[in-house]
Design a protein around this ligand. Sequence first.
Ligand code: DX5
Ligand code: ZN
Length: 225
Amino acid sequence: MAPSILSADFARLAEEAAAVSGAADWLHVDVMDNHFVPNLTLGLPVVEALLKHVSLPVDCHLMIEQPDRWAPGYAEAGARNVTIHAEAASAPVRTLRAIRAAGARAGFAVSPATAVEPYEDLLPEIDMLLLMTVEPGFGGQSFLDMVLPKLRRARAMIARHGGAVWLQVDGGVDEETIERCADAGADVFVAGSAVYSSDDPARAVRALRSQAERATAHAAWARGR
Ligand code: DX5
Ligand code: ZN
């Protein structure tokens, strides 16, 4: 479970992170540059500041142009995971290796209209594949069911390679949609508004986790795991 602070109060980031620290696994931080996506959030100085004040591992989702230039800096700063977008990277192999060399896990994201199959040969270079379930850029959008078949294909692709890559979903993940994601093969769940619009964000994370665990227990892809 990786709550997204995009939906948190930006004037109280450390407190908002602390509110989920007992319940979440990672804190998801959305970096947007107003070029790759039509929204501007925060960058490396804020991530560096957050890293000093949060106990959860930080999962950085870079929705920026030129990730080849910027991604290694987030890993060097101490982010646990750094995810770059397929649509923005021009040298993904080099950048994914640079992220790993700097001590972070390397994530690779595809937007809803981007096929995942062309990246099968990249799997040994990555620790996490992120399938966006909304168009990147904003919190609070509706989940795109059209991504579910791709999620199943991505899970099968990962299984063929030994299963050692996390499969993350991000966008519109809430109590209505998380079970469909788990059933289709996701094992890492980002949720922004579903967590931070709740009066009790930690309770929201725990509730989502138990829904996901229940759905995973019945999912065909997870049998024999
Ligand atoms: C959107 C971001 C998400 C966003 C999800 O581009 O990548 O992480 O915070 O927000 P919800 O869960 O509200 O869709
Ligand atoms: Zn995100």
